[in-house]
Design a protein around this ligand. Structure first.
Ligand code: HEC
Length: 132
């Protein structure tokens, strides 16, 4: 029994999932934004940060949603559209635990989304002197 091997397979699967999702999300992001109804509640990024920590998302995705090869994929900045995020949290298909509406309300979810969207982008590689 080699537990390390088991874990690294899970990580590879998580990374593959993340890549698949982010490829799909780039294309669907615009459509989702255009389809957004005017009464979609705008999330509160500050509260989202609190909920992200309180509900333990940071333990797998990092405090900035930057992800880790061992625990969970990068989810910020540029998170998947809110509908996708919500659907996945309610019914994940991989290693992530599910978050029902009892544990995490739609309001809190929208706040988490706003927090993820508000994360700054990292500098481009060409702007990092050490990499020149
Ligand atoms: C125990 C670890 C763990 C926790 C806690 C966790 N996640 Fe995840 N999450 C994962 C893993 C691993 C994946 C990759 C897919 C999978 O295996 O389910 C993932 C996938 C995701 C995705 C899909 C990423 C994409 O690119 O499609 C989103 C969004 C997400 N998580 C958000 C959250 C939020 C928000 C919370 C807190 C409410 C949370 N996660 C808590 C481990 C975790």
């Amino acid at each position: 029994m080699n537990t390390f091997r088991g874990h690294s397979f899970a990580s590879v699967a998580a990374i593959a999932m993340a890549l698949m999702f982010s490829a799909a999300s780039a294309a669907s992001l615009h459509a989702a934004q255009e389809a957004k109804s005017p009464d979609t509640p705008a999330g509160n990024a500050e509260n989202g940060k609190r909920v992200f920590t309180q509900k333990g998302c940071y333990q797998c995705h990092g405090r900035e949603g930057q992800g880790s090869t061992m625990t969970g994929p990068r989810i910020a900045p540029d998170p998947v559209p809110l509908e996708v995020l919500s659907a996945y949290l309610r019914k994940p298909t991989g290693e992530m635990p599910p978050y029902s509406a009892k544990i995490l309300s739609d309001r809190e979810l929208a706040d988490i989304y706003a927090f993820l969207q508000s994360r700054p982008h990292p500098p481009a590689a060409k702007d990092i002197p050490l990499l020149k």
